[in-house]
Design a protein around this ligand. Structure first.
Ligand code: SAM
Length: 227
């Protein structure tokens, strides 16, 4: 059984896609996608030996060696041109790591028309990257599982315009204003307010003053959306 988080990621994979799941760990996502008949073929990439071996083992156990190729490789280097990958999934890492993986081998993205990204933190780094690299947010989701809140961003090629608040919080998620979204951002605001409070007693060095201004700015941005 797939986690709610990965099930949501899976829900954005187009039927018949050829998927590369980068940082696949146990290859749960590609196995699920093939079992459900959503896709016929996938590459599971892992840069760390242990998870790579878990992926190999899982794929073998499930009898999916003909459909899923597991490769030990750094990021997009797991993709070969003969794979004809058209969809990439990267889940369960920080937004900055996801962006660094996408930026390291841009030529691997040439055949790809959809990116399904699930950053554990710093989703805004992904939206900023998308904006600057001619990818457009076509869908977003936010889910809560085991007291953690996860965002999922689906990109296809195209241009978009985003405001500062939309980069931070997600244009589609802002429109939806789901309960989980409101919970996430009211938690963030509360946290920032606590940090601000703790800074009140700090010596007002330029760094501290800058940090306070940044926090005040973020709080104002978010409160305008959630209130
Ligand atoms: N994608 C799975 C999920 O969402 O449940 C596993 C997430 S796990 C927390 C992150 C995985 O990414 C780890 O197994 C790690 O080895 C792998 N990883 C980190 N950097 C990577 C890179 N540059 N290339 C491939 N895999 C990477």
């Amino acid at each position: 059984n797939l986690s709610k988080r990965l099930e949501k990621v899976a829900s954005f994979v187009p039927k018949g896609a050829i998927v590369a799941d980068i940082g696949s760990d146990h290859a749960y996502l590609p196995c699920y996608l093939v079992h459900k008949g959503i896709i016929q073929k996938a590459v599971a990439g892992e840069v760390v030996k242990g998870p790579y071996q878990s992926a190999l083992k899982k794929v073998k156990e499930e009898g999916l060696e003909n459909q899923i190729t597991v490769r030990l490789a750094d990021g997009l280097e797991a993709i070969e041109s003969s794979d004809h990958v058209d969809t990439i999934t990267i889940a369960g890492m920080g937004g900055s790591l996801i962006v660094s993986i996408l930026e390291k081998n841009p030529e691997k993205l040439e055949t790809v028309n959809r990116l399904i990204l699930q950053p554990n933190i710093h989703a805004r780094v992904i939206r900023q990257w998308a904006l600057e690299n001619k990818w457009k947010i076509i869908e977003e989701a936010i889910v809560e599982e085991d007291q953690k809140i996860y965002e999922i961003i689906v990109l296809e090629r195209g241009n978009m315009e985003l405001t500062e608040a939309e980069i931070l919080m997600g244009n589609i998620l802002i429109q939806e204003k789901s309960e989980v979204f409101l919970k996430k951002w009211s938690n963030e605001v509360n946290h920032w307010k606590k940090v601000l409070k703790s800074l009140e007693y700090a010596e007002p060095t330029p760094e501290i003053v800058g940090k306070r201004q940044e926090l005040l700015h973020q709080i104002a941005l978010v409160e305008e959306v959630i209130h």
